[in-house]
Write a protein that binds this ligand. Structure first.
Ligand SMILES: CNCCCN(C)c1ncc(F)c(N2CC(C(=O)NCc3cnc4ccccn34)C2)n1
Length: 409
């Protein structure tokens, strides 16, 4: 009894030490600081000016002796498999350690090779002796508009340290190394998200979940049977029509790229922070790829114009320790635009095709105009928040999620 209590206390002390070190690190970085919140005298925009490329540190940061940097060539099947396995066993879990993200190899190749990507920004750490990959962090270039300024940034993602190497202070040096390699390409800003609070969120979003397979979600502990609800009543509550209702609703094709780019750019222009997508970007990020990204358009039968668009990406989670199910099949709402069809109807059609494709749950953040359909389409609030951050760029006021037009993977 008392040993458990002692472990609990040690754990809490270690965790709070980690928190302090974490804030110490971020207080040394050019990011908005908590103390500056509300100080409207500080200008919006870059916090530090770019340094001349000759003054950027030319050699990699030092790692602890037995580790070395490796640039991960994810075109190589062997390397991509190593990255996949590291993430599948050591990446983000929920607070109760019941689920862990299981990004697929095809998803990683899609996420990490957008137009203009740099192989040097796919950074691994391996053990010198065994050559085992034990940590990973990535960046991809993106043009992000912040109010009226278009800024080329790095979208930093997939920071992962092997479970056995936690609290060895590897994450700060990996963040500094990806920052150094981004600077070498003359890029001085970054965007990233986290499920934790560090200095300083530009906005904090809520996840919402729409059950598609409530029986499985309850069996694996993702959701619980509601009060005064039976299983059959719950299945009936989430039942969806067999087929979509929007006229001209079909999968997006290559020939739709110009029209989708046009309505998407117009739609995203109304948010404070949003990607500045070119046709080339739309072709990469939004053309359907089996098991990775699904996207649909509504084409008017009269004029053949593309009036609406919806998309969701595939991010399964491993179910840790359930004897009947090993994988939770989750769809994540990506970018959706309505110019004719009501958003409610378009998103219900997205739920219908996700159910047809045997997803168990459809997740959405309360960003953009998503709050207009979440409750009505029977989404329930999730337990996780997703905080958005900008590196070396100050935003004068914390944004509402509905002012954010950026979805990271
Ligand atoms: C932009 N990069 C985000 C990647 C990390 N993303 C997607 C993420 N970051 C924080 C979260 F809070 C979160 N949630 C999705 C919601 C959810 O489904 N929670 C239950 C659950 C099922 N599987 C997992 C795996 C990990 C964590 C929670 N899980 C909560 N998602």
């Amino acid at each position: 009894e008392s040993d458990l209590a002692l472990d609990e206390i040690t754990g809490k002390v270690q965790e709070s030490l980690g928190l302090e070190k974490r804030h110490k690190f971020w207080e040394s970085q050019p990011v908005g600081q908590f103390k500056d919140l509300g100080d409207t005298s500080l200008p919006e925009g870059p916090i530090e000016a770019p340094t001349p490329l000759s003054e950027v540190k030319q050699e990699p940061y030092n790692l602890p002796t037995m580790y070395e940097w490796i640039t991960c060539d994810i075109d190589s099947d062997e390397m991509c498999t190593e990255v996949y396995n590291l993430l599948a066993n050591n990446y983000v879990e929920d607070d109760e350690n019941m689920f862990r993200f299981n990004y697929s190899k095809e998803f990683l190749r899609w996420a990490l090779r957008p137009p203009g990507y740099f192989k040097s920004w796919h950074i691994g750490v391996r053990v010198k002796s065994s050559k085992k990959l034990v940590a990973f962090i990535t960046g991809v270039p993106a043009r992000i508009r912040v109010r009226d300024e278009i800024v080329t940034m790095a979208e930093v993602n997939f920071l992962c340290v092997h479970k056995k190497l936690r609290s060895k202070r590897l994450a700060p040096v990996m963040i500094k190394e990806v920052t150094r390699r981004v600077h070498l390409e003359n890029i001085w800003q970054a965007a990233y998200t986290a499920g934790i609070i560090i200095p300083t969120p530009i906005t904090s979003c809520q996840y919402w979940h729409r059950s598609l397979n409530p029986k499985k979600l309850i069996e694996v502990g993702f959701s619980r049977l509601g009060p005064r609800m039976t299983m059959s009543r719950t299945i009936k509550l989430y039942k969806l029509p067999e087929s979509t209702v929007t006229p001209g609703f079909r999968k997006m094709g290559l020939h739709d790229v110009p029209a989708v780019t046009h309505i998407l750019r117009n739609y995203l222009s109304r948010f404070v922070v949003a990607p500045d997508f070119s046709e080339h970007d739309v072709e990469h990020w939004l053309l359907p790829t089996e098991g990775v990204i699904d996207s649909y358009v509504a084409e008017s039968s009269k004029t053949h114009e593309i009036t609406d668009f919806c998309s969701f990406y595939t991010l399964p989670s491993s179910i840790l320790g359930n004897k009947n199910h090993s994988t939770l099949k989750a769809a994540y709402s990506y970018y959706n635009v309505c110019t004719k069809t009501p958003l409610l109807q378009l998103m219900n059609d997205a739920l219908i095709v996700a159910k047809q494709k045997e997803f168990d749950v459809f997740n959405a953040l309360d960003v953009m105009h998503n709050d207009t359909f979440l409750k009505e389409l029977k989404f329930g609030p999730g337990d996780g928040s997703l905080h958005y951050y900008l590196y070396n760029y100050r935003i004068r006021h914390t944004l509402k999620p509905s002012e954010l037009g950026l979805v990271l993977l």
